[in-house]
Design a protein around this ligand. Structure first.
Ligand code: NAP
Length: 239
C-alpha cells in the first residue's frame, strides 16, 4: 500500500519512519519546501506545492497512492483544504493526523488571528516574544513596540523597527527558555496553539515567570475528514 504523508511536522517524520519499516507500506513524504534546510523524513521525499487540489488529485492517481495522511501543521490551512478536495476528486481515503492543542492555563489570552494577537499583546506589555513563525509577520511590521522574533528562517517581510531577530528551531528546554525570557526582560509571550512537546518549553518558562501568554486559536480542520491524534492511530486506520 503506497501512502502519501503530507508533512512538515515531527509527527509526519515519526509516521514516515514507522511506515518505512513496515513491510505492507511504501511511503512518500511531501514537504512544501519553505524551510531552507528542512529536517527530512526517512524514505522517499518530494518537495514543493502540487499546484492546487486538481493537480494533487492527478498526482495521487499517477503515483498509485492508496491513502493520504495529512500530517501537516495545524495552522497549514491551505494544504489541508487542498488535500480534502483532492482526496474526493481522486477517491483516495484521507486521514488527518493532528496533535492535540495545548491545555489552557491561567494567564493565557486566546485570540483568533495574528492581528488580534498583536493588539492583545501590546495591551498587556512592552517587551514581546513572538514565536508564531515568519509567515504572518506582516501583521506586526508597523508596530513601534519592542519584539523578540524567533523563527527558523529569516522573515520575508520587514520586522517592526525595534525588533530583534533570533533564528533558531526547537526542540527547546525550559532552562533555555527561562534564560531567554529573563535576558530579554520579556513580559508577554505570543504563540500559536501548535500543541506538541517540541515548542512547549516556552509555556513552562512563561508560567514560571508569571508572564502573560497570548495564544492564537487553531483554524478548524476541513469538515468530514477523520482525525487521528497519534501515529499508532494512523497505523490502525491504514490497517
Ligand atoms: P499552507 O498555507 O497550508 O500551504 C500553502 C501551499 O503550500 C499549499 O497550497 C501547497 O501548495 C503548499 N504546501 C503546503 N504544505 C505542503 C506539503 N506538505 N507538501 C506539498 N505542498 C505543500 O501551508 P503553510 O502554513 O505555508 O506551511 C507550509 C508547510 O510548513 C506545511 O507543510 C506545514 O506542515 C509546515 N509548517 C507550517 C507551520 C505553520 O505555522 N503554518 C508551522 C510548522 C510547519 P499547492 O497548493 O501548490 O499544492
Amino acid at each position: 500500500m503506497k501512502v502519501l504523508v503530507l508533512g512538515g511536522t515531527g509527527e509526519a517524520r515519526a509516521l514516515a519512519a514507522a511506515l518505512h519499516t513496515s513491510p505492507e507500506h511504501t511511503v512518500v513524504s511531501s514537504l512544501a519546501g519553505r524551510v531552507r534546510e528542512p529536517r527530512l523524513p526517512v524514505g522517499e521525499v518530494r518537495v514543493g506545492g502540487f499546484g492546487g487540489p486538481a493537480l494533487l488529485a492527478q498526482w495521487l492517481l499517477e503515483h498509485g497512492i492508496a491513502a493520504v495522511v495529512d500530517a501537516t501543521h495545524p495552522f497549514a490551512e491551505r494544504i489541508s483544504a487542498s488535500a480534502a478536495e483532492a482526496a474526493l476528486i481522486a477517491r483516495v481515503p484521507l486521514l488527518m493526523l493532528r496533535r492535540p492543542g495545548w491545555a489552557s492555563r491561567s494567564g493565557w489570552h486566546w485570540v483568533d488571528s495574528l492581528s488580534e494577537a498583536r493588539t492583545t499583546a501590546e495591551r498587556l506589555g512592552d517587551r514581546i516574544f513572538l514565536t508564531t513563525g515568519r509567515q504572518g509577520l506582516a501583521a506586526f511590521t508597523d508596530s513601534t513596540r519592542w519584539y523578540l522574533i524567533r523563527c527558523v528562517d529569516p522573515p520575508e517581510v520587514p520586522m517592526p523597527a525595534g525588533a530583534k531577530l533570533l533564528l533558531d528551531r526547537g526542540p527547546y528546554t525550559v532552562d533555555g527558555e527561562l534564560a531567554l525570557l529573563c535576558d530579554h526582560r520579556i513580559d508577554v509571550l505570543v504563540t500559536k496553539d501548535s500543541g506538541g512537546p517540541l515548542t512547549a518549553a516556552k509555556l513552562e518558562a512563561a508560567q514560571a515567570l508569571d508572564l502573560a501568554v497570548v495564544v492564537v486559536r487553531r483554524p478548524p480542520p476541513p469538515p468530514a475528514i477523520p482525525l487521528a491524534e497519534t501515529v499508532d492511530q494512523v497505523l490502525a486506520w491504514l490497517r
